[in-house]
Design a binder for this molecule. Structure first.
Ligand code: ADP
Ligand code: TYD
Length: 197
């Protein structure tokens, strides 16, 4: 089973991915906890390049896809060995962020067509302002802040749109305490697992 956590920056994905992995392990599952951008060669290259250069959105999309191509092999190996895979971001991040940056959705789907769908996508949803304040980006009267908040609201809307059209996508209200969000996620994962048996 492949479970992807998605959502805007600061929505609580890595917190919830760790808690979910711990819960699954406690239930006797072997868990492969992973994420994108990866810690691999292309993931590292990608972070370095994104920090330094103003790339075209299309070039960014291709770098994320190249990183994912390596990641998919790792995911498939883990799934084949019987592990449950929990990933902090996956192909849906490219759909949401790169489409919000103006890239055509059909092209994004083509470029990422090698990536198998996740069995379950848990999309952590909350307003961009709240997410930004969680990661310590204070509400400032700066253009840069408003630009980022605006962009993340756009990303959020694409995620919600993706969720509308797809049965494996679950929107989780992330504007609650860590414990409440975790309990909600556990309930959803449990019911998917029971339905799949
Ligand atoms: P992401 O991986 O989506 O960027 P993180 O899990 O790193 O988000 O969380 C961002 C910050 O918000 C961290 O400091 C984390 O401790 C905090 N945080 C996570 N979930 C919640 C929550 N439900 N309520 C308040 N703060 C949270
Ligand atoms: P992030 O989850 O913040 O990774 P880390 O904290 O390990 O650097 O991801 C970095 C940024 O990359 C984040 O703003 C989302 C963006 N991103 C995309 O735009 N497209 C993608 O396909 C992925 C995986 C991430």
């Amino acid at each position: 089973m492949l479970i992807a956590l998605e959502g805007i920056d600061g929505s609580g994905k890595s917190t919830q991915a760790k808690l979910l992995a711990r819960w699954l392990r406690g239930r006797g599952f072997r868990v492969h906890l992973t994420g994108e951008p990866t810690q691999g060669e292309i993931g590292r290259l990608l972070r370095r390049v994104l920090r330094k250069a103003e790339l075209l959105s299309r070039s960014e999309a291709l770098l994320f896809a190249a990183d994912r191509s390596e990641h998919v092999r790792e995911i498939q190996e883990a799934l084949a060995s019987g592990a449950v895979v929990v990933t902090d971001r996956y192909v849906y991040s490219s759909y949401a962020y790169q489409h919000a940056s103006g890239i055509d959705m059909r092209w994004l789907r083509q470029v990422n067509s090698f990536a198998p769908e996740a069995d379950m996508v848990l999309c952590l949803d909350l307003p961009a302002e709240e997410a930004l304040s969680r990661i310590g980006v204070q509400r400032r009267l700066s253009g840069e802040h408003y630009e980022r908040a605006d962009f993340l609201e756009k990303v959020r809307r694409v995620y919600l749109k993706l969720a509308e059209g797809s049965a494996n996508f679950e929107v989780v209200d992330a504007a609650r305490s860590i414990e409440e969000v975790h309990a909600d996620i556990v309930r959803r994962v449990r019911s998917r697992m029971e339905a799949g048996r």
